[in-house]
Design a protein around this ligand. Structure first.
Ligand code: BES
Ligand code: MN
Ligand code: ZN
Length: 502
């Protein structure tokens, strides 16, 4: 799929499908009036019938045989102009891509939004359109037959129209940014979608090494031997039920000045979570191959930072294990000594994510980071609280939390804050150790974060629970079913505006 920028008038372009974004009740724009004339009044008719007035998500397809160089015109509603956002443009581009792909069209041209020449070509709109196009085109088809894969045909060429030749350069660089960013999102999706038989902790290590070889990232791996030597007791406790060896993946991006403290990103990398001895029920257990989505987001963000040459220092840390029941597995009642020295009473072997994160957070301290963000598919309770619409955010520094909330709005990967008052600490008090790994049913997402807080007291820290957002079982405009790659676009937006967090 070849994507290019072109300065041209939409009504003069020859294409299999011209996609035009229309704000609600803005059908009287000069270009739309001209289009309506060429279509012999079909647009006015659609408006009169209430079929299309430009509401968010509305679509109408015309085949203006002979009246326009374009073979088809697809109008997409963008909603009220005053409520417009980049997210609406991403979604409009994504749903148009789905329609175009469904019809197996070879070429498509976008004018999103189409409102006078001025805004039409803005670089931000081009980037959002390109993101929608690229992310909607993704499918995990690695294990499909050649035949099944080939039956889905993406357009060979995509043209993004701009109204002003002077903006061409800026728009081309926006397109390039979108391509780099989406490559990283797609890496994260591929990692999440990979099945557990392929995706061992060693596989994640390999993929991190591939990403570092293809970019300027440095990659360091700690294997079982080093982990034992250093004392990663919590991580090793989880790992001991699996025949697969655990690892700690460390990726470094040096884009800032030498003495600048890095931002540390930590991602949960449980390649399969059976629950261990506290075995999960069978229903939907298959989805627990996605329990490394936090790790995938970190690897993806590191790749994006390198490709986009972000002028900052970053370290990405991914503890990776498989949580399995076996004769060597850890048990409920076990007491583990974490890397921090704090002891942990294991009451449920299915609360494994917080254990491996505890050691990874402790390890992050060695980098003297200016701030730490962890991402994890940590609690089912998070899905009960927020559904699949938002990632939960909790932290010990409100300015950091606020910056992440803002990045959630710009990226469309939205966050919602939950409280992290000390009052919750009593739920994870243990009689026999410094802390226990479950806090009972009430406020499950918060008590998980309260547990992590005990290992994050030496730095500014925010925790993102992506249990509801990392995996979707329904298609969205630019997010096909399965692994979403959530976190990558969010964190890149955050890192591009890092000064706001300081
Ligand atoms: N990986 C799960 C959380 C999860 C559940 C993510 C569903 C995505 C979808 C996590 O390891 C887990 O099992 N958490 C337990 C914690 C409990 C035992 C305190 C949970 O949420 O039930
Ligand atoms: Mn679990
Ligand atoms: Zn888990």
């Amino acid at each position: 799929m070849d994507i290019k920028i072109r300065k041209a008038s939409p009504l003069e372009i020859k294409t299999a499908c011209l996609v035009i974004g229309v704000y609600e009740k803005k059908l009287s724009e000069p270009l739309l009036k001209e289009l309506d004339q060429k279509l012999g009044g079909l647009l006015r008719q659609a408006k009169r019938n209430g079929e299309f007035i430009g509401k968010t998500g509305e679509q109408i397809l015309f085949q203006p045989v002979g009246h326009l160089p374009a073979e088809r015109v697809l109008l997409i509603g963008l909603g009220p102009e005053v409520e417009t956002s980049l997210e609406k443009i991403r979604q409009a581009a994504g749903s148009a891509m789905q329609l175009v792909t469904g019809k197996k069209l070879g070429q498509v041209a976008f004018a999103l939004p189409l409102d006078a020449e001025k805004k039409n070509g803005s670089a931000a709109h081009i980037q959002a359109t390109a993101e929608g196009v690229l992310l909607a085109s993704y499918r995990y088809d690695r294990f499909l037959s050649e035949e099944a894969r080939g039956s889905r045909k993406l357009p060979k060429s995509v043209t993004l129209l701009i109204g002003n030749a002077r903006e061409k350069h800026a728009c081309e660089s926006a397109l390039e940014k979108a391509q780099k960013l989406c490559r990283a999102v797609i890496l994260a999706r591929d990692l999440v979608n990979a099945p557990g038989n392929i995706k061992s902790p060693a596989y994640l290590v390999e993929q991190a090494q591939v990403a570092s070889k293809e970019s300027s990232l440095k990659c360091k791996i700690l294997g079982q031997k080093e982990l034992v030597k250093e004392g990663f007791g919590a991580l090793l406790g989880v790992a001991q039920g699996s025949v697969r060896e655990p690892y700690l993946i460390v990726l470094e991006h040096h884009g800032g000045s030498k003495n600048e403290p890095p931002v540390a990103l930590v991602g949960k990398g449980v390649t399969f979570d059976s629950g261990g001895i506290s075995l999960k029920p069978g229903e939907k257990m298959d989805e627990m191959k996605m329990d490394m989505a936090g790790g995938a987001a970190v690897i993806g963000t590191m790749l994006a930072a390198a490709l986009l040459e972000l002028p900052i220092n970053l370290v990405g840390i991914v503890p990776t294990v498989e949580n399995m029941p076996s004769g060597t597995a850890y048990r409920p009642g076990d007491i583990l000594t974490s890397l921090s020295g704090q002891t942990i009473e294991v009451l449920n072997t299915d609360a494994e994510g917080r254990l491996i994160l505890a050691d990874a957070l402790t390890y992050a301290k060695r980098y003297e980071p200016k701030l730490v963000i962890d991402l994890a598919t940590l609690t089912g309770a998070c899905i009960i609280a927020l559904g699949h619409q938002a990632t939960a955010i909790l932290g010990n520094d409100q300015k950091l939390v606020q910056s992440l909330l803002n990045a959630g709005e710009t990226s469309g990967e939205r966050l919602w804050q939950l409280p992290l008052w000390d009052d919750y600490d009593q739920q994870i008090k243990s009689d026999v150790a410094d802390v226990k790994n479950t806090g009972g049913r009430p406020a499950g997402t918060i008590t998980a974060a309260a547990f992590l807080k005990k290992f994050a007291s030496d730095f500014r820290w925010a925790h993102l629970d992506i249990a509801g957002t990392a995996w979707r079982d329904q298609n969205l405009p630019y997010i096909p079913k399965g692994g979403t790659g959530v976190g990558v676009r969010l964190l890149v937006a955050f890192l591009q505006d890092l000064d706001a967090a300081n």
